[in-house]
Design a protein around this ligand. Structure first.
Ligand SMILES: Cc1cn([C@H]2C[C@H](O)[C@@H](COP(=O)(O)OP(=O)(O)O[C@H]3O[C@@H](C)C(=O)[C@@H](O)[C@H]3O)O2)c(=O)[nH]c1=O
Length: 205
């Protein structure tokens, strides 16, 4: 398993060793010890989620108040998706920047999104399934969204699926109505970079 930090600091791409044989494949999609080696922190598993999406579905950009926010170890057991991490931490040197990783049932990568970052993805195939391990339980009043189509962030969402078929973006009503990054900042919804860093540091203790 290899762990690489993304262009958005404190987010990571995880590339597993996939052992293929005549029966199919075997891989380790999460290793606590490798996470600790690479990042100096642990993931206190509190919840595991799954969702299934139609091709073109965009979910996010979602984030939760810090502390404790919610770190997510994201994996795609079926289909394909583009996973996106956005730096929404006010005062971060990379504020407003985003990076993405293709997660699919071929290379079987994962992404680790740490507390205070924004997370979103688009499904590139019908029935794409995502699983994620979470460091905190769902706390609806502390969860927020930013519009994933905000031009100021400028996420380059794919417009064709894995098979090359074009698709229309499909968003929930909640995500469609979500504020822009600038509006979320003006509304005081975004996490402060120094507070996030202090929280991340407390997890390394
Ligand atoms: C996130 C969540 C939702 N729900 C419920 C609320 C709602 O009725 C239904 C669907 O919720 P949403 O529309 O928010 O689901 P979704 O848009 O898939 O939300 C997810 O998006 C990705 C990008 C993330 O990073 C996740 O943390 C999560 O926010 O599921 C739970 O019961 N538990 C949960 O942990």
């Amino acid at each position: 398993m290899q762990i690489r930090e993304l262009k958005v600091p404190d987010a990571y791409e995880i590339t597993p060793v996939v052992h293929g044989d005549s029966r199919g494949a075997f891989l380790e999609w999460y290793r606590a010890d490798k996470l600790e080696e690479a990042t100096g922190r642990h993931l206190d598993l509190r919840q595991a989620n799954a969702s299934v999406s139609a091709a073109g579905s965009i979910r996010g950009i979602h984030f939760a108040d810090v502390p404790p926010s919610q770190a997510k170890w994201v994996f795609c057991p079926r289909g394909a998706l583009l996973d996106v991490v956005v730096d929404i931490r006010v005062g971060s040197p990379t504020f407003g920047q985003w990076d993405s990783v293709l997660l699919d049932d071929v290379d079987r990568r994962a992404v680790f999104v740490t507390e205070g970052l924004g997370h979103a993805f688009v499904a590139l195939e019908e029935g794409t399934t995502i699983n994620y391990l979470c460091s905190a339980t769902f706390s609806p009043g502390r969860e927020h969204g930013i519009n994933p189509l905000d031009p100021a962030i400028g996420i380059e969402w794919p417009t064709v699926g894995r098979d090359g078929s074009p698709f229309e973006p499909l968003l929930s009503a909640k995500d469609t109505a979500a504020p822009s990054l600038a509006q979320a900042e003006a509304d005081g919804l975004l996490p402060q970079y120094d507070e996030v860093q202090a929280f991340l540091q407390s997890l390394r203790g």
